[in-house]
Write a protein that binds this ligand. Structure first.
Ligand code: SF4
Length: 282
């Protein structure tokens, strides 16, 4: 089973997603990394059908996603977001919030189903009686993940799922996502601005800048020979991105920039077995 975006374009006033391609197999973990404003959330919104692209294709198992009914689609693809509190009705108890996804799809969950969700998410049974405002950020994110996996989706789109959490809780949530990927064979797109987290969790990584993929490939291949922009992100150096239309977005800061980099956006080319880069000097 494979989720695939092909040649996605989406234009906004100030920036565009350009020729975005992605392939995520079931059971695989892919990281999508970029600074704020790089287009990560636009990609997440397209993948969750919260936003339609201007052009391009979106397939799951070679079927056009836009031919699927929303309810059918939401059984296959689910999202996890930065701020779980926003997605949870503060006036409902956790017991109801855990049952809600089943009810929306016309099922009534058994006690066993709810217990197995609680134990998969390492949530104590006592949370069932609580309201969202009584839980910690980490517990809320676990409840949100429990809701997302309750209907056994094949894919999870996790958009900055750890950004609002304390560092120790971030690691717990990442380990939880790894466990769910392993045990339930879920395909996970882990979207983050945190390069370390992305490299830790992902088998494949895509690096996005100004709506353009600059690098994509196996984590090891990227780490052994990173694109100049990825290298800068890894060193935590501040970057100024080019506003010159048609240029490489990294032109303004890149120490290797040549005259052609200002004139021409490099094409995405293969430089390793599973490694694509957009750079004139690689
Ligand atoms: Fe640097 Fe040019 Fe490569 Fe862009 S294309 S990363 S500016 S060398």
């Amino acid at each position: 089973m494979c989720l695939e975006l092909q040649s996605i374009y989406k234009k906004f006033k100030k920036f565009s997603i350009m020729d975005f391609n992605l392939k995520l197999q079931r059971g695989e973990i892919m990281g999508l990394v970029g600074t704020s404003g790089s287009g990560k959330t636009t990609i997440a919104s397209i993948l969750l059908r919260l936003l339609n692209p201007d052009s391009g294709n979106f397939y799951i198992n070679r079927k056009n996603v836009y031919d699927l009914k929303r309810r059918e689609f939401s059984r296959i693809v689910q999202g996890i977001f930065q701020n779980p509190a926003r997605a949870l009705n503060p006036r409902k108890r956790i017991s109801f919030l855990l049952k809600e996804p089943f009810l929306v799809h016309g099922n009534f969950p058994s006690d066993r189903e709810i217990s197995s969700l609680l134990s998969a998410l390492s949530l104590p049974r006592e949370v069932m009686e609580a309201y969202p405002t009584q839980l910690s950020g980490g517990q809320l994110q676990r409840v949100a993940i429990a809701r997302a996996i309750s209907l056994n989706p094949s894919y999870l789109i996790a958009d900055e799922p750890t950004s609002a959490l304390d560092p120790t809780v971030q690691i717990q949530i990442i380990d939880l996502l790894l466990k769910l990927n392993r045990e339930k064979n879920i395909g996970l797109l882990f979207i983050s601005h945190d390069l370390n987290q992305v490299f830790y969790i992902s088998q494949k990584v895509a690096v996005l800048s100004e709506g353009i993929i600059l690098e994509m490939g196996n984590t090891e291949e990227i780490l052994s020979s990173p694109h100049p922009y990825t290298d800068f992100l890894m060193k935590g150096t501040a970057t100024t991105l080019s506003e010159v239309k048609g240029a490489c977005p990294f032109y303004g800061t890149c120490p290797y920039a040549k005259e052609i980099c200002e004139r021409k956006l490099p094409p995405l080319k293969k430089i390793g077995k599973n490694h694509l880069v957009r750079c004139h000097i690689m």
